[in-house]
Design a protein around this ligand. Structure first.
Ligand SMILES: [Cu+2]
Length: 562
């Protein structure tokens, strides 16, 4: 581990997070300062695969549709297995969700229909050792030197990300259960058609269990969506984006003790390294899902020497957008989804590459000096040189009006909440990330997961949450239970001690996030406002979806009061 003194970037973070008196001489960061001072943290440069992984030789697999035991009922068993990522080396020990057919990495896709509940029995048949090395004492100690809470290895619990579900079925971090045990849950599917996903959420283990393979897609359809003439069947393709690194023996390479973020050097899409997909010259619906632990993707579809293809974004986390969003570049933080239509009919016989230029860690700003290099290429589409079919697939505009247009005037409570990073004063390296509230003097009040609940909305009320990011990186903030709307983003104004004194002008949200969202990017030194209707009482959580942050300790309880 590096013992280099903290760089300016780290020092700024420490001052903002802790508001140390000794830091008062450091001026609050401006955009320019963050950019020019963005220094690499050597700790993040390690995870290079031990073998050269071939590109564009693996056909993209489409995760199989889950086999039901009876109509809309599934038994999914969490179990160990081996998987061929197509890395040109030995197969890889992984953890999988099995529906009784031979298990696969990722888990099988659950296809659900609006208004028809899905019943799932989750069976934990995992061993008590992860498929990659991990120290027993894998998390740093907490704020008072106490050991951070983590479930024992082998414990697991599955959360349906984006699902509108009662708290006992939510699969929150404290609901983990041991090997040999099982849980039964019902998902009501009483929300709009959307690309949801299921993944592990066990306390202190989420980054490890998801890295091991515990994730899968959950596609919810509804009659309205089916009237839109969107591509279906083989032309409706989920693309689960992950990054992994591999050891020479084929095993997953992951740090044996907690590190602030993990960035792999191999793009894995639907469980294959750098795959390709042969497509027909016609429209496709691509359901992009960022299933990485920490990597952001800023995606384009590129043609050799011919620039970028316009992506027609039709959906975000919680379903269809009100209007289509044509864009050349899509930004996806961990946990976020985007549905796009790509019409390949203009590209017969050509090869198109899905490219990525998001730096790591992702600050949202040009990052010339710092971070690990991005994964510049993920996936290729090879368009067959056949006659274009007269296929459907041009989406109408408007797509789907918002079922409710939330306004700030509806908000009965406005909460100021903070995103913070705590650095080791000795080494300058991150010890943990924490959410918190805002003190009356504008300083941050950092809170651990175990501190008493502070976010207690009343059921069926609307609240405005003002997410103040005191760090230098973007954090994707995810709320369980709800789909919300992004209101605006404002620059945070600070005094010399870094305390919040006010806000700059409101900037409207991105057209890409104009629909329902369950995960929102909170940019550094900005306050991101979301409007949320809490429509079900119960005990939930909200957290950063960088899984290393979520595990230590960027997660808080959310108690919706009756
Ligand atoms: Cu975070």
């Amino acid at each position: 581990m590096s013992t280099q003194p903290p760089g300016r970037r780290a020092l700024i973070t420490a001052c903002l997070a802790l508001l140390l008196p000794a830091c008062n001489s450091v001026p609050p960061p401006s955009t320019a300062e963050i950019t020019s001072a963005d220094e690499a943290r050597p700790i993040r440069l390690r995870h290079l695969s031990a073998l050269p992984v071939p590109r564009w030789v693996n056909a993209l697999p489409i995760p199989k549709i889950a086999t039901a035991t009876s109509p809309d009922a599934y038994t999914l068993t969490l179990q160990p297995g081996r998987h061929d990522f197509g890395i040109g080396g030995p197969t890889t020990p992984v953890w999988t969700y099995s529906d009784g057919t031979p298990p696969s990495y990722l888990g099988p896709t659950i296809v659900a229909r609006y208004g028809t509940p899905v019943h799932i029995t989750w069976v934990n048949a995992l061993p008590t050792m992860l498929p990659f090395a991990q120290e027993e004492d894998h998390l740093p100690t907490g704020a008072q030197g106490e050991p951070m809470a983590a479930a024992p290895f082998g414990d697991a619990v599955t959360h349906l990300h984006g699902g509108h579900i009662r708290d006992l079925a939510d699969g929150g971090p404290t609901q983990h259960f041991s090997p040999g045990d099982s849980r039964q849950v019902d998902y009501p599917n009483d929300q709009e058609a959307a690309t949801l996903w299921y993944h592990d959420h066990a306390m202190g283990l989420t980054r490890l269990n998801v890295m091991a393979g515990l994730a899968g897609a959950y596609v919810l359809t509804d009659p309205y969506e089916q009237t839109l003439n969107l591509p279906t069947g083989a032309y409706d393709v989920p693309l689960v984006l992950q990054d992994r690194s591999f050891n020479a023996d084929g095993s997953l390479q992951y740090p044996e003790r907690w590190e602030p973020e993990f960035f792999g050097d191999v793009a894995v899409v639907n469980g294959k390294a750098f795959p390709f997909l042969d497509v027909e010259p016609r429209p496709y619906r691509l359901r992009l899902l960022n299933g990485s632990n920490a990597r952001f993707y800023r995606l384009s579809l590129s043609r050799p020497k011919a620039g970028k293809v316009t992506l027609q974004q039709i959906g975000a986390d919680g379903g269809l957008l009100p209007v289509m969003n044509p864009t050349g570049r899509l930004l996806l933080a961990p946990g976020e989804r985007a549905d796009v239509i790509v019409d390949f009919s203009a590209f017969r016989g050509q090869t198109l590459t899905v490219t990525n230029d998001a730096a790591t860690p992702y600050s949202g700003k040009p990052d010339k000096a710092g971070g690990t290099p991005p994964l510049p290429e993920l996936l290729q589409f090879r368009v067959r040189n056949t006659a274009p079919s007269a296929a459907s697939g041009t989406p109408p505009t408007p797509l789907r009006p918002l079922s409710e247009n939330l306004s700030l005037q509806q908000a009965v409570v406005q909460r100021d909440l903070t995103l913070n990073e705590v650095l080791d004063p000795q080494t300058g390296l991150p010890l943990r990330s924490q959410l918190g509230t805002l003190n009356p003097d504008g300083s941050a009040h950092l809170l651990s997961f175990d501190d008493p609940v502070t976010e207690t909305p009343r059921v069926n009320t609307v609240e405005a949450w003002n997410l103040i990011n005191n760090t230098v990186d973007v954090h994707p903030i995810h709320l369980h239970l709800v789909q919300f709307q992004v209101l605006d983003r404002r620059a945070v104004l600070r005094d010399a001690a870094g305390r919040v004194t006010g806000y700059g002008p409101a900037l409207p949200s991105d057209p890409a996030e104009a629909g329902w969202k369950d995960t929102v990017r909170a940019n550094p030194n900005e306050a991101t406002r979301i409007l949320v209707r809490f429509d079900r009482a119960g005990a939930y959580v909200w957290h950063c979806h960088i899984l290393e942050h979520e595990d230590n300790d960027m997660m808080r309880p959310l108690q919706v009061l009756p």
